[in-house]
Unconditional design. Structure first.
Length: 314
């Protein structure tokens, strides 16, 4: 299957890899990004790129110009701290932006929307590790609330307007093009410090765990969610898919592995724990594995590749 796809946030870390994966499968790819955090140089060759904020009227004009079979919605405000400090801004981007995309998709008779959701922030401190899609949803930040609300909006559009969709609940995504500055994942932050020869700062005892999934595996999951058969959902969880490895890695283990792959002569230092931080998180990817997806990139290999990329950018 292939066709015409619009990728929002297509100049971002994950979105640009998603664009690449679609191109490799023969899709005609258009990408939009307001470049607030994305980078024009991330956009792969052969992608029709437009600088557009998903909340602006330029998006409607693009839908009038082009007929899209699919919309892949990666654009988002992703900084949890910003969502706490500026919840209305977070809602403006993550909810009003999504609704603008959905209205344009409905008017343009788009067949399916693939939505970038989140695993850890939705499930909170889960009682099952690895955590399945049916676990209780316990977001404790405005960002997490906006992602959960986004899934419910999509479910409502499916029931009211027949707009097909799949929601992908990401674990901790890492890989090339991740920004080591600002609201970056710990892999990118550690890579930047290693490149500068600085000790790695670990908050708390470092035994808190995360599920690290490579961005190329995430991109493959997006293409699969675009092309696979989806039935009529009775609940939002029915068309939600965890994208993770199902394996826990502690911050201490991550730091040790990154120092090893970087061959760096640095140590670690501990800082006070950050309030509200999850202690354990890993997602059960069984539902995606049933339809042929599995994570391919081993953590040490992916960390080495990410470190080399960030070192070249510094």
């Amino acid at each position: 299957m292939s066709g015409s796809v619009l990728v929002t946030g297509g100049a971002g870390f994950i979105g640009s890899h998603v664009c690449e994966a679609y191109r490799e499968r023969g899709w005609d790819v258009t990408a939009v990004d307001d470049l607030s955090s994305g980078r024009r140089e991330n956009v792969p060759p052969g992608v029709d790129f437009r600088v557009i904020d998903v909340r602006d009227g330029d998006l409607d004009e693009l839908f009038e110009e082009k007929d899209f079979d699919l919309v892949n919605h990666q654009a988002a405000q992703i900084d949890v701290r910003v969502s706490v400090d500026r919840p209305r801004h977070d809602a403006s981007v993550n909810l009003d932006g999504l609704l603008h995309v959905l209205e344009a998709a409905r008017a343009g008779e788009v067949e399916r929307v693939v939505f970038a959701s989140s695993g850890g922030v939705l499930y909170g401190e889960a009682d099952r590790i690895p955590t399945p899609e049916t676990s209780p949803k316990l977001p404790v930040s405005p960002y997490g609330v906006s992602k959960l609300a986004g899934e419910h909006y999509l479910f409502a559009y499916r029931k009211t307007h027949g707009l097909d969709y799949a929601a992908l609940r990401y674990a901790n995504v890492y890989g090339p093009r991740q920004d080591p500055h600002g609201e970056a994942g710990v892999v990118a932050l550690f890579s930047g410090r290693l490149d500068r020869g600085e000790d790695l700062t670990i908050y708390g005892d470092g035994e808190q765990t995360r599920d690290y999934v490579h961005v190329e595996d995430v991109a493959r999951a997006n293409v699969l969610a675009s092309e696979m058969e989806l039935g009529e959902p009775e609940l939002p969880d029915d068309v939600a898919f965890n994208v993770g490895t199902g394996r826990e890695t502690s911050v201490n283990e991550l730091a040790e592995t990154m120092i090893e792959v970087a061959e760096a002569d640095v140590g670690t230092e501990h800082a006070p724990p950050r309030p509200g931080e999850l202690q354990r998180s890993a997602l059960d990817p069984g539902r995606l594995e049933e339809v042929g997806w599995s994570p391919r990139r081993e953590l040490a290999e992916g960390l080495r590749e990410t470190y080399r990329y960030i070192r070249e950018q510094e």
